[in-house]
Ligand binder design. Structure first.
Ligand SMILES: Cc1cc2nc3c(=O)[nH]c(=O)nc-3n(C[C@H](O)[C@H](O)[C@H](O)COP(=O)(O)O)c2cc1C
Length: 360
């Protein structure tokens, strides 16, 4: 059942992506262009510090799969691409292998093919601290992702509907973990209230994983004969909304959900993400063109991200915090309703002198 589910997810994600390119909240975010503010691309360092490590690239392969023969082969291709490009990589939920050790090689392949890379192990929040430890050990993982997926469980035919134990379970995992912990959504977003709760529970990193890309309400609904949860498609906050709305004392933010291009990566970094996860868009390339196709794509994203930072006058991802961002459309409406100062965001590069010369 579990192996079938893993294969279903990959097939349905690919089918639903084939509907064509989707616009999402990232399209509401533009940079103010300053024609004389650029720097030399060869001065740009894309490196970021995440979970106690230095990553060469500010984007990563986010959690997807493992648990069946076919998904083990996908993990092999993803791991080869990670090794060849230096991308950090997350496994899919290791739960299947914790319950059935025969499935362990379909996850372990990520470490075997990528012995020196940065690897996250991934588990659901309902698992015990000991299960989380076994998942980390299986992958010799550098860090642990714990996923929160209440919407997915709700729509999943075989899903759980018992969520009250999650905060306690998460606290126990975080307390016992011997590696850094990232708590992530799976495409429905983390609200300010959730981010504050995570901070109180001792979580150091949170991946908001918002809506706008892979939609597990749609994916799981397609696995129901009657499709009776179609109304939940599109549930949640977009990745951009989550980043705009995040409280100042949130855990260190990672962003994923709907990232399609290097420009989306740079937008998310400018909105405060330390690094940016990509799942559906990279999965599609591996399914179509194998590891080689993904290596080529990651190399081109790397060159393009460097060029974008040069255009924006940012020598490093951290410098993007001073870029002027203009938020329009549905995201601006969300921002206004939530009391977010979008005007200030559009004038972040102004100095006190330039502000006063413009009569502000
Ligand atoms: C086929 C597939 C399987 C996934 N399985 C997991 C999983 O096991 N654990 C998890 O935390 N997230 C899982 N995700 C969610 C992604 O990590 C990510 O949060 C979500 O897909 C949004 O990113 P995207 O729009 O770039 O796909 C999966 C995504 C895909 C496409």
């Amino acid at each position: 059942m579990s192996a079938d589910r893993k294969d279903d997810h990959v097939r349905l994600v690919a089918e639903q992506r084939a509907g064509g390119p989707r616009s999402n909240g990232f399209d509401d975010v533009g940079f103010v262009h300053h024609a004389l503010a650029g720097i030399d691309a060869d001065r740009v360092d894309l490196g970021v510090e995440v979970a106690g490590a230095r990553w060469a690239l500010p984007f990563y392969l986010n959690a997807m799969t493992g648990g069946s023969t076919a998904t083990g082969l996908i993990n092999r291709d993803l791991a080869i691409a990670a090794r060849e490009t230096g991308l950090a990589i997350a496994s899919g939920s290791v739960s299947a292998a914790l319950d059935d050790p025969a499935l362990a090689p379909t996850f372990r392949v990520i470490r075997d093919e990528n012995p020196d890379g940065f690897v996250f192990a991934n588990v659901g929040v309902e698992r015990s601290p000991d299960d989380a430890r076994r998942a980390v050990a299986l992958l010799e993982a550098d860090a642990l992702q714990v996923h929160l997926n209440a919407v997915q469980e709700t729509v999943m035919p075989e899903g759980s509907r018992a969520f009250s134990s999650w905060p306690r379970s998460l606290e126990a995992i975080v307390e016992a973990a011997e590696v850094p912990v990232v708590v992530k959504e799976v495409g429905f977003g983390l609200s300010p209230r959730t981010l504050s709760r995570l901070r109180d529970l001792g979580v150091a990193y949170a991946d908001v994983s918002g809506s706008g890309g892979t939609d597990f309400a749609r994916v799981e609904n397609a696995r129901r004969a009657a499709g009776e949860y179609a109304f939940l498609a599109g549930w949640g906050q977009s990745t951009v909304e989550c980043l705009l709305d995040a409280p100042a004392d949130a855990p260190v933010l990672l962003a994923s959900g709907g990232v399609r291009t290097p420009l989306d990566v740079v937008r998310a970094l400018a909105l405060g993400a330390r690094a940016v996860g990509v799942s559906g868009a990279f999965l599609q390339v591996v399914l179509d063109d194998g590891a080689e196709g993904l290596v080529a794509l990651v190399r081109s994203w790397t060159a393009q991200a460097r060029a974008l930072l040069a255009l924006l006058g940012a020598a490093s991802p951290g410098d993007l915090a001073d870029t002027d961002l203009v938020v329009r459309g549905a995201t601006a409406e969300y921002g206004r309703l939530r009391g977010i100062d979008l005007g200030a965001l559009s004038r972040r590069s102004e100095t006190p002198e330039s502000r006063s010369s413009r009569g502000r």
